[in-house]
Design a protein around this ligand. Structure first.
Ligand code: FES
Length: 150
């Protein structure tokens, strides 16, 4: 029977193969979310579009008995909006981890902000925002012109 060892909590759980790590932790009262995320975390699913909250990040310290991380999961861990974080190969979303062997994890690891990627993201959003504002201004001018003609 596989075991999940939670280093910060000094707790071990024996689970059945194929167990979801997040579900096992929450069922045993182990917190995976920082205090603010305990209240405000939303996993949004709009048909084929999924927007996971990305709040249940863990660090796998040891253990090969888990499924592999997907690029989409890595994307969520790195941050999808303004801030981009440095992600190591050991960072996982607890809700995506399927346990099939012994694993040792740290909950709520500290992730560093990636200044270079964050700067690039802010630059991109500035350009897109500027373009959208310009389009809005053009539409407003066209609207005002139409109102004058009436
Ligand atoms: S529970 Fe939100 S990403 Fe895992």
């Amino acid at each position: 029977m596989p075991a999940i060892h939670f280093l910060n909590e000094h707790t071990s759980l024996d689970v059945l193969p194929g167990t979801n790590l997040r579900k096992a932790a929450l069922k045993s009262g182990i917190h995976l979310y920082k205090p603010l995320h305990r209240v405000f975390h939303v996993n949004l699913v709009l048909g084929p579009l999924k927007f996971p909250c990305g709040a249940d990040i863990i660090e796998v310290v040891d253990g090969k008995g888990i499924n592999a991380r997907t690029p989409a999961e890595e994307d969520v861990i790195a941050g999808r909006w303004l801030l981009k974080r440095k992600v190591s190969a050991n960072h996982r979303l607890a809700c995506q981890v399927v346990v099939n062997g012994d694993v040792t994890v740290k909950t709520m690891p500290k992730l560093e902000v990636d200044p270079k990627a964050t700067k690039a993201r802010i630059g991109f959003l500035t350009v897109v925002g500027g373009f959208l504002l310009m389009m809005l201004a053009i539409l407003a001018l066209i609207g005002l012109d139409l109102v004058k003609k009436l």
